[in-house]
Design a protein around this ligand. Structure first.
Ligand SMILES: Nc1ncnc2c1ncn2[C@@H]1O[C@H](COP(=O)(O)OP(=O)(O)OP(=O)(O)O)[C@@H](O)[C@H]1O
Ligand SMILES: [Mg+2]
Length: 338
């Protein structure tokens, strides 16, 4: 219980005047106001919100909120009541939703995650260029994010079709590194200066690397050679095929010979799936079996995560404990085919 919020939030000192017969001030509006102010006080106390914070969340000007709550608002009471009622409804149902979901595991140190970590460490320490290509939902993004959150001097950018060209990629990297350089001709050296090791060991992770063109890959090679920054390309299997299958062109030879390590898998290890199910604290044998099957389908760990979230909500809707039935229904709902 938040003591400070309790003292800020006292019941309104007075009630709105409805005797003057102005529009939007019926008996029903007054009754609604009584109910709403009590609910606002309760939710704000529980969350430790100030009055300004509550007003901001409701999206009502400070002054209007304070008059409405204090019972001395002179405008239409019904309009402000409706605004508060809508906000309360969405806030309360969001809180109920959050309660229905158990704490989802944040990061699980799966075997695949450990392999990704070792590969990234190699790139960062050597320095080297590494390529990590795993099937969708196997944890590339999740694990590389965790790496950057827990290791110094590691940066991660996500490529998209719009950042395909070398310049667009550089702009994206500059944004991530907070490099400000308005002259396009100087952009790569400004980024290079930021990435330069200077005794540090830096790593640049390019996620969704299938979206960048060859010249952009060559630019990354330059960061490795010139500034000693480790480079990790992560993405779908087309990134891997690009260097593996193409024989022609000096660029490919240059990049191939610089690649310190490749990690390429199409399926998670069975123990990855087990570790994630453990982390969700699912102990029932039948539920585990079903989830294991789901984890082998394309989308792998993401399938487990999303299916379980929905399954818990279905169970909460029935006020029942999670069962195989909820998991099956959630999975079926998420599948696009019957
Ligand atoms: N190590 C992990 N710990 C906990 N959850 C994980 C882990 N790896 C994956 N997940 C779960 O699986 C989901 C999908 O993972 P992620 O987005 O990293 O896949 P991806 O390999 O980047 O897939 P895509 O190729 O589609 O981008 C995550 O949102 C998370 O819920
Ligand atoms: Mg990803």
């Amino acid at each position: 219980m938040n003591i400070e919020a309790n003292s800020i939030w006292q019941p309104p000192a007075q009630e709105p005047d409805i005797a003057s017969d102005r529009p939007g001030r019926s008996d029903a509006d007054l009754a609604a106001w009584r109910d709403l102010t009590a609910r606002v006080m309760d939710i704000a106390r529980r969350n430790g919100w100030s009055k300004a914070e509550a007003a901001r969340r409701i999206d009502m000007p400070d002054g209007t909120f304070s008059q409405w709550y204090g019972g001395n608002y002179t405008g239409r009471l019904d309009t402000q009541n409706l605004k508060v009622a809508r906000w309360l409804e969405s806030t309360e149902s969001a809180a109920a939703l959050a309660q229905a979901l158990p704490d989802a595991p944040t990061f699980v140190n799966t075997r695949t995650a450990q392999e990704i970590f070792r590969t990234l460490e190699l790139a960062q320490m050597s320095p080297d260029m590494v390529i990590i290509t795993l099937a969708a939902g196997m944890g590339k993004t999740h694990t590389t994010r965790h790496y950057c959150a827990t290791r110094p001097h590691a940066f991660r950018v996500t490529m998209r079709p719009q950042t395909k060209t070398c310049h667009a990629m550089l702009v994206e990297i500059a944004r991530c590194l907070a490099v400000i350089e308005t002259n396009p001709a100087k952009l790569d050296s400004a980024i290079g200066a930021r990435l330069q090791r200077n005794g540090r060991q830096t790593l640049l992770i390019i996620d969704e690397a299938q979206n960048i063109e060859d010249r952009a890959v060559d630019q990354l090679r330059y960061f490795l050679d010139e500034y000693g920054c480790g480079i990790a390309l992560t993405g779908n299997t087309s990134v891997y095929g690009r260097f593996k299958d193409r024989q022609g062109g000096p660029d490919y030879a240059q990049i191939k010979t610089r690649t310190g390590k490749r990690l390429n898998r199409h399926q998670p290890y069975p123990e990855d799936i087990t570790a994630l199910i453990d982390a969700w604290e699912i102990h029932d044998a039948e539920q585990r079996k079903l989830l294991t099957g789901i984890g082998r389908k394309p989308g792998h760990l993401r399938q487990i995560d999303k299916t379980l979230r929905l399954a818990f909500l279905l169970a909460a809707g029935e006020r029942a404990p999670l069962s195989v039935k909820h998991i099956a229904a959630a999975y079926q709902n998420r599948e696009w085919e019957d």
